[in-house]
Design a protein around this ligand. Structure first.
Ligand code: NDP
Ligand code: GDR
Length: 361
């Protein structure tokens, strides 16, 4: 019998990559999507199958992590062997503006799913993956960060995910559930949400290259992140649920880079060299040839409390899961730039979703 997986957050970056991976392994994949007034299924459109055909292995259900009865009904209907809880209000800056909603969906939402498994008596059958995050480390107590590094979250998002982390551990210990946390460091790709820094940069650089935008406004250029490719990371999620025993694992590249370097590499992809001038909020990135201001700091993008430095130590995942990242930092920037340059060449559709820089993200 093929395995059955249920993915929450299937319309997001990771959900789409994971659905592809599981389908390629012969799984039947069920996804939970939110009702939205506009299309939110762009990333998974290529996976859709006509539900009237026989042997359909990709199915969608309307649902929301804030609705317990809905989750219980879906879990009962699907009877999943594996649940991947990827749904979340996942934007750190936005969590400062919607802290209660973030706690509800990211923190309590995880509890609701775990309870659904328990209420239905499936705790010995269904394996559970929780999308935990390097944001748990926040103001990191040691560098590099590993599974034993103490947590100190720095945003309502990080705090909500802290609850989700511990409730997953607690249900594993209290009820013997096969429940694991993947503590994933930042992972990106061409389908990354447009308001996260990497994609905000690659879209803007592509637009500047085509004369559609003159400059890019950013916040903290000195923040450092351990950036990998989402395609590599979803494999690690799957591996965690294939182990005999549940556990918690860091997935990271083991390299850290400042936002400033990502900006430089993205512009370099279009043949421009950035020179930095000024300091702090007055800092600007100039085109070395023309002197035009291409990057400006806008304090609106500063966070009330920032996470300055993240660097993961993935040794445990390498030793126990045989997992390691495949895509280098340079290749990640290159792939994202290529993708956004191609997108912009396809026409105005690129602009329809709104250029970066308008919101507070
Ligand atoms: P995205 O923001 O791209 O996707 C989030 C998904 O969750 C979307 O499908 C979204 O639906 C859905 N969602 C949001 N709120 C709810 C809700 N209340 N009920 C049901 N679904 C909801 O995130 P990523 O794919 O990048 O990340 C996946 C998970 O991993 C998230 O939990 C994130 O916090 C976590 N994570 C991500 C990392 C990264 O670097 N990408 C690193 C570490 C952890 P819709 O499309 O309708 O908005
Ligand atoms: P992060 O990702 O907060 O690490 O959370 P994001 O790309 O939003 O920010 C990374 C760093 O860049 C700085 N920054 C800016 N960020 C955004 N979004 N916009 C800007 O204009 C800007 N300027 C500077 C930020 O201050 C920050 O230091 C991501 C999400 O995917 C989470 O869901 C996940 O848990 C963590 O990664 C690991």
């Amino acid at each position: 019998m093929n395995k059955v997986a249920l993915i929450t957050g299937i319309t997001g970056q990771d959900g789409a990559y994971l659905a592809e991976l599981l389908l390629s392994k012969g799984y039947t994949v069920h996804g939970i999507k939110r009702r939205s007034s506009s299309f939110n299924t762009e990333r998974i459109e290529h996976l859709y199958q006509d539900t009237h055909e026989s042997d359909v292995r990709f199915k969608m259900h309307y649902g929301d992590l804030t609705d317990a009865t809905n989750l219980i009904r879906i879990v009962q209907e699907v009877q999943p062997d594996e649940i991947y809880n990827l749904a979340a209000q996942s934007h750190v800056q936005v969590s400062f503006e919607t802290p209660e909603y973030t706690a509800n969906s990211d923190g309590l939402g995880t509890l609701r799913l775990l309870e659904a498994i328990r209420i239905l008596g499936m705790e010995k059958h269904t394996r559970f993956y929780q999308a935990s995050t390097s944001e748990l480390y926040g103001q990191a107590r040691e560098t590099p960060q590993k599974e034993t590094t103490p947590f100190y979250p720095r945003s309502p998002y990080g705090v909500a995910k802290l609850y989700a982390y511990w409730i997953t551990v607690n249900y594993r210990e209290a009820y013997g559930m096969h429940a694991s946390n993947g503590i994933l460091f930042n992972h990106e790709g061409p389908t990354r949400g447009e308001t996260f820094i990497t994609r905000k940069i690659t879209r803007a650089v592509a637009a500047i290259d085509h004369g559609l935008q003159s400059k890019l406004y950013l916040g903290n250029l000195d923040a450092r992140r351990d950036w990998g490719h989402a395609r590599d990371y979803v494999e690690g999620m799957w591996l965690m649920l294939q182990q005999e025993k549940p556990d918690d694992y860091v997935l990271a590249t083991g390299e850290t880079h400042p936002v400033r370097e990502f900006v430089e590499l993205a512009f370099a992809h279009t043949g421009r060299t950035i020179v930095w001038e000024g300091q702090g909020v007055d800092e600007k990135g100039l085109d070395s040839r023309t002197g035009a201001v291409l990057v400006e700091v806008d304090p609106r993008y500063f966070r009330p409390t920032e996470v300055d430095l993240l660097l993961g130590d993935p040794s445990k995942a390498r030793a126990r899961l045989g997992w390691h990242h495949r895509t280098s930092f340079l290749d990640l920037v290159r792939e994202m730039m290529e993708s956004d340059l191609q997108r912009i060449q396809r026409g105005p559709h690129f602009l329809e979703t709104g250029m970066p820089g308008g919101g507070r993200e």
